[in-house]
Design a protein around this ligand. Structure first.
Ligand SMILES: [Zn+2]
Length: 334
């Protein structure tokens, strides 16, 4: 990697879940190294947040999608469809987009289902990122052909290159029975500014679900993606400068499900606290990993900052950031 000036992490949007919030836009972050911008997740409003943060779309080099939940992907294609008119055509080479591959099989029905729900789109029920992009582009073919022929826009293939992340073959991953096997971080992307490594995390039944780490000459930042506590993330985030971590308020979960009065409510509490990380556990994870800064994002519930989020600081001796949209965290003290 070459020296490339300053670097920073920008929390573009910080809301968790497929909800429109007054005070937080959808989940998305940017890693900025010199003039290069890399996105992690494409929640609602990601393009507008990039503009608000002052990033021209011609600076975009990579898009990294942690998992296929809609709150992480809903504005993926708008980066192309609107990006055409926001100088995405200024990129030197197609933007690399990397995300999970096809799950391969629909998740098992909840044990509380009275009967098995019908499968939507049975011919392709679980596309990964490249499948999603292919379907979306076909769905927008009228617009895309209009822009190509009437506005003489550059072809999507010259602007965006979408690939599924290939897991190392020997990790023993299975989307239902072994969604988060113990594994070493593996390389998924490298250029002259960043090296990106990934690991599987625990967000079952969504699988694969990834966490990403960006190493730069200015320092490192690790994104948990959506996950419960898992050792793979600890390995990936070991000694990282900034850990951007999802969070769920465990008191809210217990209240929402009436402290588990029924078996179904207990299982919903379990589900939320297995697939997501409680406030104390975000602090514990950051402390164990040796992170210097813990920046919380993907807030569930997504209301504005409350004193609750600060309680993570009781478990973490480093710098705690309660994320807000457009919050900037410098890397390497730059
Ligand atoms: Zn999710």
């Amino acid at each position: 990697m070459m020296m490339s000036g300053s670097a920073e992490v920008v929390l573009l949007g910080t809301s968790g879940g497929p909800r429109w919030r007054r005070d937080r836009t959808g989940i998305a972050s940017a890693v900025v190294v010199g003039d290069a911008v890399y996105l992690v997740d494409c929640g609602y409003g990601v393009g507008r947040q990039m503009i608000r943060a002052g990033f021209g779309m011609d600076r975009l080099r990579g898009i990294f999608v942690t998992h296929m939940h809609s709150d992480h992907t809903v504005d993926f294609l708008s980066l192309l469809l609107y990006g055409w008119y926001e100088n995405l055509e200024g990129v030197d080479r197609p933007v690399t987009a990397l995300g999970p591959g096809d799950r391969g099989t629909v998740p098992p029905a909840s044990p509380h289902a009275v009967k098995t729900p019908p499968t939507f789109s049975p011919q392709e029920p679980t596309p990964g990122l490249s499948g999603m992009a292919r379907h979306l582009m076909r769905a927008y073919a009228t617009d895309i052909n209009d822009r190509l022929r009437d506005n003489l826009r550059r072809h999507p293939d010259e602007l965006l290159s979408v690939r599924d992340i290939e897991l190392p073959g020997d990790v023993g991953f299975h989307p239902d029975t072994n969604p988060c096997p113990p594994m070493r971080p593996f390389d998924i992307y490298e250029d002259d500014r960043v090296r990106v490594t990934a690991t599987l995390v625990q967000h079952s039944p969504i699988a694969p679900a990834y966490a990403f780490r960006f190493d730069t000459d200015n320092g490192s930042v690790t994104f948990s993606g959506d996950t419960g506590v898992c050792n793979n993330l600890l390995g990936l985030a070991s000694d990282t400068d900034v850990l951007v971590h999802e969070v769920i308020d465990e008191q809210w979960v217990h209240q929402r499900y009436e402290n588990g009065r029924t078996e179904q409510q207990r299982s919903m509490i379990d589900h939320h606290l297995t697939a997501h990380t409680s406030i104390p556990d975000t602090g514990r994870v950051a402390e164990k990993a040796g992170a210097r800064t813990l920046a919380l994002n993907h807030f569930v519930p997504g209301e504005l900052e409350t004193p609750r989020w600060h309680t993570a600081g009781a478990y973490f001796s480093g710098n705690l950031v309660i994320g807000q949209d457009l919050h900037r965290i410098p890397l390497g003290g730059s």
